[in-house]
Ligand binder design. Structure first.
Ligand code: SAH
Length: 248
């Protein structure tokens, strides 16, 4: 899949695309990420990409035209109808459902806003979908774009060292949609704290049961809404329900 990222700060993506387990996905173009700077499509000596807002007030607004030209250049290369996504507090907050849709898609054109945002006429004409990172304001859409790309890249086959390792992660509806269980590693005693004995038992059925019970307990405590959703989707067994009843 291919993601074309429109950003005034393409250099922010360089270390991001070269670092960590997801690097493999980007370097093999399993997740092909290309950055585009609207400044390269701006007019005049100053290559202006922003201007003062009509109606006055603080801050600057991104110009529509360099963005439109940038999209035209991307479309000429991609030759597909990839959706145009704008990162914005207006959008639906990013979640596992959206990430898993993107991870099975052929990609998108991602727009990172800066300043006060983008001329609304561009948004009205070009943007198919808006995505938010949550109810707070970032100074630019780049971190939101990286969040989406990172979450999509780690879902690609072969990207994480251990193939199955995202299957047991939090929010996976193919498993249960619950939160992940706690993890422990060496040493067996650290600052006077031990490790749950079940994990040291070498007994796989017992370990699996402990992990399952922990997923239920952690989720019931921190995100009871996810328990309700798993129940509604028929993802809880009779044994899960009896564990939950004991916790209550
Ligand atoms: N004036 C806007 C904020 C602009 S911040 C407002 O009050 O809603 C500049 C850019 O950062 C935005 O254009 C958007 O692309 C990005 N951004 C800010 N907050 C974001 C969020 N919660 N999720 C995704 N992108 C965000």
């Amino acid at each position: 899949m291919r993601f074309d990222v429109i950003t005034l700060l393409p250099e922010l993506f360089e270390p991001f695309l070269r670092t960590g387990v997801t690097r493999r996905a980007y370097e093999t173009a399993l997740v092909d990420v290309r950055t585009w700077n609207p400044r390269d499509f701006a007019d005049g000596n100053y290559r202006r990409v922003d201007d003062r807002p009509f109606g006055g007030g603080p801050g600057m607004v991104m110009l529509a035209q360099p963005l439109a030209l940038c999209i035209a250049a991307i479309r000429a290369e991609r030759k597909d109808a990839a959706p145009v996504v704008l990162f914005s507090p207006i959008g639906r907050p990013l979640d596992h459902g959206q990430v898993s849709e993107w991870s099975a898609s052929s990609g998108a054109i991602l727009i990172c806003g800066r300043y006060e945002g983008i001329d609304q006429r561009f948004i009205d004409s070009y943007v198919d979908r808006q995505v938010s990172l949550g109810d707070f304001v970032l100074s630019g859409g780049e971190i939101a774009a990286m969040a989406l790309l990172d979450a999509v890249a780690r879902l690609q086959p072969g990207v994480l060292n251990d193939q199955g390792s995202h299957a047991q992660d939090s929010f996976n509806p193919e498993l249960d949609g619950l939160l992940d269980c706690p993890h422990y590693t060496r040493p067996e005693t650290w600052e006077g704290r031990g490790v749950p004995p079940e994990l040291l038992s070498g007994h796989h059925v017992q370990i699996d049961r402990w992990r399952r019970d922990q997923r239920l307990a952690v989720t019931a405590r921190h995100r009871p809404d996810l328990i309700a959703a798993a129940r509604a989707a028929g993802r809880l067994s009779a044994q899960d329900e009896s564990v939950l009843a004991r916790l209550a």
